[in-house]
Design a protein around this ligand. Structure first.
Ligand SMILES: [Zn+2]
Length: 188
């Protein structure tokens, strides 16, 4: 723990260690798969609730929401049929109308801006090796600043269809040392 705390301090990410945010359940405590055919869908029960869903992932030294918006899974993590070499590096959460996206975990806002394909994007760094990425946003939270601290559950923006998106949804990535891992199964 001491080494981790020192590393974070050395990177200037935290002047003091904040108390961990309370575990969010409520609207993030359950997750459904959207109706229709969904690529790389997780196993569900008959009402399309994701089986054994755990809202919080303990991964890379961070506590991260697996689904930081009230939406349904419209595409899972993994290879996509059709496009050779095409791999979906995140979890898509369809929301219909724009909805509030919250920070998946405590951290520092590392990037706010448009990126090709991703559209309006936010990247949060949670520690030296762990980041989350949020893509296709319609808008950013007004008080969001690069370099600013966020707590898990803080609003960071709203879902949209900017970039390469055909419906209003959040494309959400867990990045460990820059490599994407499945937000639904990481740390299990
Ligand atoms: Zn996606």
């Amino acid at each position: 723990m001491r080494i981790v705390a020192f590393t974070i301090l050395a990177l200037g990410l935290a002047a003091c260690a904040p108390a961990p945010a309370p575990v969010e359940t409520g609207r993030f405590g359950a997750l459904r798969v959207c109706p229709g055919s969904v690529a790389n869908a997780p196993a569900t029960d008959r009402t399309r609730q994701v089986r054994g869903f755990e809202p919080i992932a303990e991964i890379g030294g961070a506590s991260l929401l697996r689904a930081p918006v009230d939406g349904c899974v419209s595409s899972g993590f993994g290879p996509r049929r059709g496009g050779a070499g095409s791999f979906h590096e995140g979890l898509d959460l369809y929301t219909g109308a724009p909805r509030t996206i919250v920070a998946g975990g405590d951290g520092v806002v590392e990037f706010i801006g448009s990126r090709r394909g991703y559209g309006r994007t936010v990247v949060i760094r949670h520690n030296a090796r762990t980041q989350t990425r949020y893509a296709h946003l319609s808008s950013y939270a007004r008080n969001l600043r690069e370099g600013g601290r966020v707590r898990r559950g803080d609003p960071i923006g709203r879902t949209g269809d900017t970039g390469n998106a055909t419906a209003v949804h959040l494309h959400y990535e867990f990045l460990i040392r820059g490599r994407a891992v499945d937000p639904l199964t990481a740390g299990r």
